[in-house]
Each structure stands twice: as C-alpha cells, then as structure tokens.
Design a protein around this ligand. Structure first.
Ligand SMILES: [Zn+2]
Length: 544
C-alpha cells in the first residue's frame, strides 16, 4: 500500500493519478507503516515509516543538503533524461550533486534531478519536481506542441513503478490493457464534408478544384504521389460539374461505404455536426465563417441509420458546446433525436476547447469528450494514452485524441509524405504497446476520396494495429472499459470491490467488454537497485 502526503489542493490530482496508475493507495496516516510513501510537502522523512519514501518537490526543502543545485523556475520547460527517453517538467525543478547511479539527468545542467539521501534503514528517493503539480498541468492545459510526442504522464507512472520494483516492493496494479489484447484503438471520423454537392463555389469547392488538378500535378512531379492518384484526382475534378447537377455520383457522400471497405467493418465512431451553416461563437465574438459546415445531422439521417445499424457509433461534432452548456444540450438533443440513444459523446469541430469546457459538457450531460489533442501535430496533449477525468468534473471522461489526418498531411501543419506519416503513426503504435491505454485516431469523412486520397496510410495503419494486437472499440466502448477499470476499489488487502458486470450496451454495439487483469509484483528480500530482473511479476484475470 502507498501512503500519500500532499497538500489538500493537490488531492484531486492525486486521486486522478491513481486512477491512471491503478494501484492501492491512501492518504498517509502517521500512525501506520507503509510499503511506499509519496510526499510532496515539507514533512520530514524522519517522521515517516515506510520501506521506500519518494519525496517529490521542485523547490528546496528544509532538510535538503546545502549543496543542492539551482532551482529552475516554472514557465521554462525542463527536460529530464530517463533511460534514453525524455520526461518534460513544467513546474519548478531542482537538481542535486552528481551521484554514481542516477537515472534522471537534467538536460541543460547535466546534473541529476534525483538524489538518495541517507536515512538509516529507510530508502529515500528525493525527486526534484512536484509530481502532482505536473499531473494537474498535463490534465488541464496540456503540453505545448514542442513536447507533443512525449507521453509525459505515462513516463511519470513508469518512473515511479520502476523505483518501486527496484526497491523490492510488493504491489499490484490493474494495467490500462484490456484482457486478451495489448492496447485499445478507437477509429474515429469527424464528418465535416459528407457531400461535395453541398459546396458549389465556396472555399471547399475552390480548394478541391485547385488541389485536385494543379495541386495533384505538383505532388506527382515532386514524387509525392503515384500516376494512379493523379488520374483519380483528375477524373474526380472532371466529374465535379456533373456531380453538382446530379448526373454523377457524389464521391464524398459514400464515406461510410469507403471506410467499411478499407477497414473491413471494424468498430468506428462518427462525429456528426448538429446544425448547418453555423460558424459558432469564439471566446469573444464569432468564429470565422468557414467554420460553418454545409450540412446538419438531419441532412444525413439515412447515413446515420446505416452507421447505427452496423453497430458503429454516432457522436456529436459540437459547434458551441465547448463554451456553453445550454448550447451543448441543444446540440446533444439534436443527435439524440436522430439516433434514439441516450448516451452521446462529443468531439468539438476544429477541436475548440478550453479549461471551462469539461464542466460545460458535463453539465449538458455528455457521456464523454474526445477533443483534447492537437490540430497542428500528433501526440499527447495531456501526456497520456489513457482516458481520464478532467480536473473539476465528476462524471465526464476525456478520451484524448492522438492523431488526426489533417495534422499529418496539411502543408501548414506537419506536411508529411505518405512514408513519413506512416513512420510517425508507427511511433504512436509503439507507445501504445509500451504503455497500454488507447490510441485514438481521427480520419475525416472525405479523406479516402479525391482529392485527399489518404487511404494508403490509413490502410497500412489498420494492418499494423491488427498485427500488434489492438482491441478495436468505438469511443463509447473504450470509455466504458476505462470506467469499468476506474470502478475497482481497493482495501488494504487488495481489491475491495470489483467492476460491475457490463455489456457495454450503453454506447457500443452490445458486445461484451474485454476484462481487466491484475498485475502482481512480488517483493524480495535482497535489494539490488535498478535490477528489474530481480522482481517477479505475474498476471491474473479479475473479470471473467
Ligand atoms: Zn470538424
């Protein structure tokens, strides 16, 4: 059991941290003795009874040695090297005199950000940043684009777990991994343009005609596309006038068919715009006119029925929901009326989101949100591969978005070639294999069709995900799975309350959710620091 000493204001972050590192913990009781105590206050380790005491603080503590390094203030991002990987620190950070075996080196000074002060029999680890301040930062505003590629929160969990194992502590955890799989994948599709016929001479049509003709030629000349792609685009551009007068098939309108053909009917989630021609409000004033979609959910009612019939999920692609719970209620209601489903999740159009959004969405009764990600790059804004509860909410779950097609390919964003995009996605898949959790992908409705033709990269991604043992889930099913894991409660001996039986029918397609498993790390007598092979671990199922 871990005892935690943290200021009251950090207890929300503490609780959420231990939903993500799902291992038994409680608030420190000075009468008790613990396997591990985590401390982020001035409490002297000499008053604590534990086998391992981990003190996290980015500022100098009264009992710290004199020769402690310069504290580096918040605002500047500090990078710590840990086993060849980077952990960014966003709050205060302090370094220590060099020691023989340090695993956490601050990039600029080259000094360790961890030390091991002597304290009799006890093992103390003095880490030079405040863990829960970092967690709060990650789950609130999130990481800047420069650190997007680092699953920082997962790294914090991994660092602590490694220290506990190295100290020979016996403990259990429920990893963020569904039983029988390696990780979760949510294939999602934002529906921004479900028909080109709805775009006569607006910026979408002009953009399509330019990129489908001259743009496609330039791409071909630069060696970034094939003859086949060039021909497909030119044929589509030539057909465009006929599509407009209804004499040729609209090549954006059969998006659902196209996706089912490419992914073979894997569970997917489609986020639908509720109302046509609304650009929506900004934090002050209005959004640009071009944010307005050329359709509303009612216009594609038959496609919605088709999607639901196959067990796929419909969510809300929100317009004003992110800043106004009343607008969110109206937008949700529009989707409910068309789907006859009570539980509706949200992703905001253009990923509009700020600190008040989780509460507004929760008040409106959204079942989850999946907006937290980057428009301009791919990676981990909240530093995690897991679904989490944003600070200040009581029921809303955030399923973070990790990779969006437009971020990969738009010249103004990453502007990657097919090959580079596949490599970038492979990095995210590797992180999912390493840390578990869920990889959430957004490929837009029109992205398989001309003029984008981003089907090759998507097909390759699906192939890789299948090969690597992903559980493909709708966003609602993935959120249900994380809720099931969150519902496990601990007592001092182990599991006090297991997850309720659930079939995931609320938002998913009625399939039973995969189970959870308990990972057990056996402690040991002889301590050999940093020798992980010395600790044994085993797994067993806790849900049939
Ligand atoms: Zn959108």
């Amino acid at each position: 059991m871990i005892g935690v000493i943290a200021p009251e204001r950090d207890m929300g972050a503490v609780r959420e941290f231990f939903e993500l590192f799902k291992t038994p913990w409680e608030k420190w009781n000075s009468e008790k003795s613990y396997d591990v105590v985590l401390c982020t206050t001035e409490e002297s380790p000499w008053n604590i009874r534990a086998n391992l005491i981990v003190v996290y603080s980015g500022t100098r503590l009264a009992w710290d040695p004199e020769n402690i390094g310069e504290a580096q203030p918040a605002r500047i991002t500090k990078i710590l090297y840990y086993e060849g990987r980077e952990i960014p620190v966003y709050g205060n950070c302090i370094t220590f005199p060099p020691e023989d075996s340090s695993l956490l080196i601050e990039k600029i000074s080259g000094r360790p950000a961890v030390s091991r002060p002597q304290c009799g029999e006890r093992e103390i680890l003095r880490v030079g940043y405040d863990l829960f301040e970092e967690i709060r930062f990650l789950l609130t505003g999130g990481q800047p684009v420069a650190q997007a590629g680092i699953p920082a929160l997962e790294m914090h969990i991994e660092y602590l777990r490694t220290q506990m194992r190295a100290a020979g502590i016996a403990f259990v955890e429920i990893p963020p991994v569904p039983q029988g799989y390696r990780f979760i994948v949510c294939l999602t599709h934002d529906l921004d343009h479900p028909a080109i016929r709805r775009h006569r001479w607006d910026h979408t049509a002009v953009g399509f005609l330019y990129r489908g003709t001259i743009g496609a030629l330039l791409k071909f000349v630069r060696g970034h596309s094939s003859v086949r792609s060039l021909t497909r685009n030119w044929i589509a551009a030539a057909k465009w006038p006929f599509v407009q007068i209804g004499l040729a098939q609209d090549f954006w309108a059969n998006f659902y068919e196209q996706y089912r053909k490419v992914d073979g009917g894997l569970p997917s989630t489609y986020f639908v715009i509720p109302f046509a021609d609304r650009c929506g409000r900004a934090a002050s004033g209005l959004m640009p006119k071009r944010r307005a979609a050329g359709y509303g959910a009612r216009d594609i009612a038959p496609a919605i029925q088709d999607i639901l019939k196959n067990g796929d999920e419909i969510g809300l692609h929100g317009i004003d929901a992110w800043l106004d719970s009343e607008a969110a209620s109206r937008e949700l209601e529009e989707i409910r009326s068309l789907t006859a489903k009570a539980e509706i999740g949200i992703r905001m159009h253009w990923l509009c989101f700020d600190e008040r959004s989780p509460k507004e969405l929760e008040r409106a009764g959204a079942s989850y949100d999946s907006t937290v990600g980057y428009r301009e790059t791919v990676g981990y804004r909240a530093g995690t591969t897991q679904a989490y509860m944003p600070p200040g909410t009581k029921s809303l779950i955030e399923l973070p978005l990790h990779a969006m097609d437009t971020a990969l390919f738009f010249p103004g964003y990453l502007g990657l070639t097919t090959q580079e995009a596949s490599e970038r996605l492979a990095g995210l898949v590797n992180n999912a294999l390493r840390f578990g959790g869920c990889l959430t992908i957004n490929w837009h409705d029109r992205s398989l069709a001309p003029e984008r033709l981003w089907d090759g990269v998507y097909r390759e991604l699906i192939r890789q995900l299948k090969e690597k043992g992903a559980w493909f889930a709708t966003a609602g099913q993935a959120v249900d799975w994380f809720r099931q894991r969150r519902s496990v409660a601990w007592d001092h001996m182990g599991i006090e309350k297991g997850p309720p039986a659930t079939d995931g029918a609320g938002t998913g397609n009625g399939n039973r959710l995969p189970g959870l498993f308990l990972q057990t790390y056996k402690g040991r007598e002889v301590k050999a620091l940093n020798n992980l092979m010395a600790t044994e671990s085993s797994r067993h199922s806790i849900v049939a």
